[in-house]
Design a protein around this ligand. Structure first.
Ligand code: DLL
Length: 446
């Protein structure tokens, strides 16, 4: 553990620390952020009544639209000349979301990333191949400084130019790789294409996040890169990567939220009411220690559940994997659908690679879903399509036709919705910038 004292702090002490931090924060933002003063006054929030972390539900939520309305610096609680760094979203869907950090915030950022990397198996002295995008995205730089803080040697390669990545992985023999799960799959694919053996590399741990992924993808990456793969979660508004992390020796049981800094709640997506442990809802965070741009009850839109188990190695709470985003939940002909439900069906098929996209369109008054999914290289080679296949090839090949028909039926039986299935060759489905794969393209309103 990077910070054993805090990571194993007895619950009672953790709650006391959170309470002190919350009271301090509420008083600070009431005085310094006009947005919060107005919100408290309008909602009748009496700050003298916020005395412990159990009072947190009395506070209003902060939403992404509020950040856009306060663009760029409306949420600042320090003068601009005290800022040490500014990150922001790409702003492709409107004004970018700005997040600003003081020197103290950057220290906290490195601390939580160092804790996360250590929980994911990384150790001082190991080399870290960092393929998260560097720049305005918090992934690259955030992981970078956390790895240095842990005492690792960082290879700041960023995303893309996979040829060079593979050469550096071979030459430097890095033990840890950090990137999106979809980029880890791209690297594995390129290795296979070049007939390189994983024994040419020295990878042991992959710390993956920035997009939703499931156990199907985990298995694919662990098999193809010979690593232990763990989940790292975070979002720029809260700090960046390192809000939570799965421990490498507790895989599959959720990711520890570093709740001395980020207090999590899961709430009902329609009513905002807090939900008990184990129930799925929208994840909400309060940044208990952030100095420059703190947020109260920030509505992440990510869907998950929280769970606490006394036998865990750390006392901090765990969050489940992200099932999807509240705004990613599709309603298809009246039925709620997360893309991860379709992904579950792919588990049965050893011919498929877990790269897929759901394209939703309107056909008359009805919704139409097309599932694009890639076949894997091994299967393609078996069929004699090592270099890929065309639409015409699919129609002519009985094995390909049979798989897409079987898949269509399985999806209908499992998810309860009819969808069209299109097979794509490995590597054909485009990845978006920074290595994040867009799983849903909803064209119904365009
Ligand atoms: O993606 C920060 C990050 C960088 C996290 C590197 C992990 C590793 P944003 O670009 O602000 O920040 O995107 C945040 O990405 O609300 C989730 O919807 C999604 N997300 C991030 N990590 C995970 C994960 C970074 N492990 C948004 N699983 C979040 C599922 C994730 N979704």
């Amino acid at each position: 553990m990077f910070n054993k004292e805090i990571e194993t702090l007895p619950l009672e002490k953790l709650r006391k620390l959170q309470s002190e931090r919350l009271v301090n924060l509420v008083n600070r933002v009431y005085k310094q952020v006009p947005f919060y003063k107005n919100q408290f006054d309008e909602n009748g929030v009496d700050i003298s009544k916020i005395q412990s972390i159990d009072d947190i539900h009395k506070l209003p939520f902060t939403k992404k639209t509020d950040l856009r309305d306060q663009y760029p610096f409306g949420f600042l609680t320090v003068p601009q000349d005290k800022l040490a760094r500014i990150h922001c979203s790409s702003g492709t869907t409107g004004k970018p979301t700005v997040v600003a950090y003081s020197k103290k915030d950057l220290d906290i950022f490195s601390e939580v990333v160092a804790r996360s990397l250590a929980a994911g198996g990384a150790k001082p002295g190991m080399k870290m191949h960092n393929s998260y995008g560097y720049g305005l995205f918090t992934g690259g730089i955030g992981i970078h400084y956390g790895a240095e803080k842990l005492g690792m040697t960082v290879v700041p390669v960023s995303v893309g130019m996979t040829d060079r990545q593979i050469r550096l992985l071979q030459d430097f023999q890095s033990e840890v790789i950090c990137c999106t799960p979809s980029y880890a799959q791209t690297i594995a694919f390129e290795l296979e294409k070049r007939n390189l053996s994983i024994s040419d590399l020295n990878l042991k741990y992959a710390i993956l996040g920035a997009e939703p992924w499931t156990d199907v993808i985990r298995k694919d990456i662990e098999d193809s890169l010979a690593v232990k793969a763990t989940n790292i979660y975070g979002l720029s508004e809260i700090i960046g990567p390192g809000v939570s992390q799965e421990a490498y020796n507790e895989q599959g049981t959720g990711s520890y939220v570093w709740e001395d800094h980020f207090y999590p709640e899961v709430v009902d997506k329609d009513t905002g009411e807090p939900l008990p442990y184990g129930e799925e809802g929208v994840l909400v965070f309060t940044t208990l220690t952030k100095e420059a741009m703190p947020f109260l009850r920030y509505w992440t839109n990510d869907i998950c559940s929280l769970s606490y188990d006394e036998s865990n190695s750390r006392t901090h709470i765990k969050m489940s994997t992200i099932k999807g985003r509240a705004d990613d939940m599709l309603i298809i002909r009246g039925v709620n659908l997360f893309h991860t439900q379709v992904e579950e069906v792919f588990k049965e098929y050893k011919q498929l690679a877990p790269n897929y996209q759901l394209i939703v369109t309107k056909e008359g008054l009805s919704d139409r879903v097309e599932v694009k999914v890639e076949t894997n290289l091994e299967f393609q080679q078996e069929l004699g399509y090592g270099n890929g296949f065309t639409k015409e090839d699919i129609a002519k090949n009985t094995k390909l036709v049979s798989i897409s028909n079987k898949l269509k039926k399985n999806i209908k039986d499992t998810v309860g919705l009819s969808m069209n299935v299109t097979l794509n060759c490995y590597g054909e489905i485009p990845k978006s910038e920074g290595g994040k794969l867009k799983r849903i393209i909803d064209l119904r309103n365009s």
